[in-house]
Design a protein around this ligand. Sequence first.
Ligand code: ADP
Length: 405
Amino acid sequence: MAETILVVNAGSSSIKFELFSVDTDDQLDKIIKGQIDGIGTRPRLFAATSKGTLLSDQTWAPEDVCAVPAALEKLIAFLRPQIGGELPAAVGHRVVHGGPDFGEPVAVTSSILSELERLIPLAPLHQPNNLAPIRAVLERRPHLLQVACFDTAFHRGHADIADRYAIPERLYAEGVRRYGFHGLSYEYIVSRLPHIAPDIAGGRVVVAHLGSGASMCAIADGRSVESTMGFTALDGLPMGTRSGQLDPGVVTYLMRAKGMRLEDVESFLYKECGLKGLSGISNDVRDLLASNAPEAKLALDYFAYRIALFTGMLAAAMGGIDAFVFTAGIGENGPAIREAVIRRLEWLGLRVSFNANNSNAVCISGEGAKVPCFVIPTNEELMIATHTLRVARRREAAAVREKRA
Ligand code: ADP
């Protein structure tokens, strides 16, 4: 059996995973995809091959899989026979926050894990969930290479001016910065551009990652220079259930006038706002597109409007725009949203082709476009697997050098 890399994306009650095989040229090929959900309530492991053949759909009693460590053991027990009784060569983890210091993926040791745990206050809802499986593996299988890949890392090269809020320096020093997220997705898009549009790969590109979480990034010469997300993944565009950019005065109003506590406000901004709050109908763009209600139309118009507004901001950060890219669930599958966005950006030189857009073509620009527009499916898991394999190879090379010395 070929070497394999396991990619893990852990949430509060679920672990999504993908298993990649590594061929002799170090090409990665997804072979299994699945998830364990209902951890602690109704644990279920669902897995299929990359071609969709069902491999597992099993459930357990809640007490048998009450937390992440037990879920990982079930996952490993399921995977092992699939890969000739071996363990994966390495595990790559999606970790939301790398703080100010982690600008690239890192092999996790217990001291690195402690550093990552110190970042929990920066992402209290996600970081603990991302780190739980790392700790579980480190405790039970300390020799298995684990690589943390951060959503923030791709943005760490931002200029100082893009990294700040206008708040006292002491807060910046302790980490209150404009980090930006979805970095693994943007990095993957950057890796695809030379193949899809070589003439603009080195140019100024605005990428809109429109999934249930949504953000946009200004990318110049393959590097992130500005993002719509900042300190947390609440900022910027309205999302399925997250508010996006908001006057901080709204928060103080909710607390003072409505008597909301910190937890209420946090839950409200993360779970009750965005498209769901605005429409009162659904957080899912498909439901809103299918609805005739004026509130659904307002929510979709608002979404397209904000994407267009932020495009202006991101283009300003780069001094212009050479291409626009849509990606993630809505970006890849929502021609109506793409068209609404592009129509609002005609002043910038974007034009939509009705046929190309409605057939989800790679290039959806219409006649007379000065700025080409692309739809590029993202693949954050492949990006994590790629990083993990690179770290593994670097360590192997270092070990060989050490042996020779
Ligand atoms: P995440 O990975 O952040 O959960 P995805 O990138 O998978 O999100 O995107 C999920 C979102 O994509 C859904 O909430 C839905 O609104 C949207 N989506 C999926 N399919 C379509 C479609 N055919 N048309 C419009 N939107 C879609």
